[in-house]
Design a protein around this ligand. Structure first.
Ligand code: PLP
Length: 429
């Protein structure tokens, strides 16, 4: 069966033929490729074609596909236990390992996805502050939690409107929205709604609508205003956690968010999410406190062990520094190639994340600043790279992920392919 046939069958049994919208390749103007195996930096299609993979499951595979050290641990667990629904030593070991290293959290709880982590902490924040509203930023993604699927409303500053059918306006109204990089807008919302805000939630390194690197002063402003108005600060580090460093952006910026959410890397490519905070806040959760949250498959033993093996390797192999250096070299080469050929493309990068976008006059820090035609411009680049054996995320708004399995040699080869693709599909600036 080739991808085309498999997609036809999938369309009959799943909406749009997929289990998560981006997988449909809709925004890159072609049908999806079906992949059946992967190893290291590479992913293999059912047709038997091999691609250098920069999607890496949208983040979890920081060590690449099936890292040998993690695979050994997973294989051992397969022969021991799959799911218990009871207390186990594996989740304890992972909890202690994390808490020993991250000095801004004291207790944590494991769930099964980033969405679930966010959903739980919004409930916790409301319970802890006895306030109703959550302030989020345009251009930050926090999973498909009802109250987070909102956009800026047409009314007063901060007002939100539903951004998905099925999200009631009533729920949308409990959320306030503000643009990233907009100090004045933030001040205004706090001035108006400060006493009602339970928490501000932000991706401290927004990486779901392109890579929108924030000014440190903007993050500081969030803390200042939140502290002043007694609102909590939630860092959604589902992408940035264990990626920009073990302690994520909280550690990198040297700040102390009240609550943090994790996902992706923390489960070593298995479905694990997590939320963490001070002991005082976390003890508000059931069964020690009144805020309910539970999970049949929570802290799944295989995810716990894969997660711990992954995190240990990040530390022992100095993975962050290696990745930073390799990614830097790779993105420099890309930018040089674009510039040498007068192509209207820029590369934005932070740690092991990169984002290729249509050139703009200023550094892009909010979705307001995107160049017109960015998505259209990405289509050609994506398809040209694909033709040359490089698989980038099938959307102009998703970032690229460099893994530990991407050697300098693989990256250099990928850069050549992407530059060639750009030369073919892009207008000269
Ligand atoms: C991926 C992501 C989520 C959602 O996590 P899922 O595991 O897909 O539910 C939430 N927040 C951020 C910042 C993410 O990157």
């Amino acid at each position: 069966m080739n991808s085309k046939e498999l997609f036809e069958r999938s369309l009959r049994v799943s909406p749009g033929g997929v289990h998560s919208p981006v997988r449909s390749f809709k925004s890159v103007g072609r049908e999806p490729i079906f992949f059946s195996s992967a190893k290291g930096a590479y992913i293999n299609s059912v047709e038997g074609d091999r691609y250098i993979d920069f999607c890496q499951s949208f983040g979890p595979n920081i060590l690449g596909h099936r890292d040998p050290d993690v695979q050994a641990v997973v294989s051992e667990m397969i022969d021991k236990v799959w799911s218990l629904g009871a207390c186990d030593p594996y989740s304890l070991e992972l909890s202690e390992w994390i808490i020993e290293r991250l000095n801004f959290i004291q207790k944590l709880r494991f769930v099964c996805s980033g969405t679930e982590a966010v959903m739980s902490v919004l409930r916790l924040a409301r319970a802890a502050t006895k306030r109703e509203k959550i302030l989020k930023f345009n251009g930050c993604y926090h999973g498909h939690v009802d109250s987070m699927l909102v956009k800026a409303g047409s009314g007063l500053a901060g007002d939100a409107a539903s951004d998905s059918a099925g999200v009631s306006e009533q729920v949308a109204k409990t959320t306030l929205v503000c643009d990233l990089d907009d100090d004045k807008g933030l001040e205004e919302v706090f001035k108006k709604e400060g006493a009602n805000i339970a928490a501000v939630i932000i991706e401290p390194l927004p990486a779901n609508f392109g890579l929108l690197i924030q000014r440190e002063e903007f993050i500081e402003k969030i803390f200042t205003l939140a502290r002043k108005h007694k609102a909590l600060v939630i860092f959604d580090e589902v992408i940035s956690g264990f990626r920009v460093g073990l302690g994520g952006m909280a550690e990198k910026l040297g700040v102390k968010p009240d609550i943090v959410t994790y996902g992706k890397i923390i489960g070593g490519s298995f479905p694990v999410g997590c939320y963490a905070a001070s002991a005082e806040l976390m003890d508000m959760m059931a069964p020690s406190g009144p805020v309910y949250q539970a999970g049949t498959l929570a802290a799944n033993p295989i995810g716990m062990c894969a997660g711990l093996a992954t995190l240990k390797k990040l530390e022992t192999c100095d993975v962050f520094n290696v990745l930073n250096e390799r990614t830097h070299k790779f993105t420099q080469k890309l930018q040089q190639g674009f510039d040498d050929n007068n192509l209207d493309l820029s590369v934005q990068s932070e740690s092991s994340l990169f984002w290729i976008h249509k050139k703009s006059a200023q550094k892009i820090r909010s979705i307001e600043q995107f160049s017109k035609g960015h998505a259209e411009s990405y289509k050609g680049l994506f398809n040209g790279a694909l033709k040359r054996g490089v698989y980038m995320a099938p959307s102009a708004y998703e970032v690229g992920f460099v893994s530990y399995a991407h050697t300098d040699e693989i990256l250099s080869q990928a850069a050549d392919a992407i530059i060639d693709a750009a030369k073919e599909s892009h207008v000269q600036a």
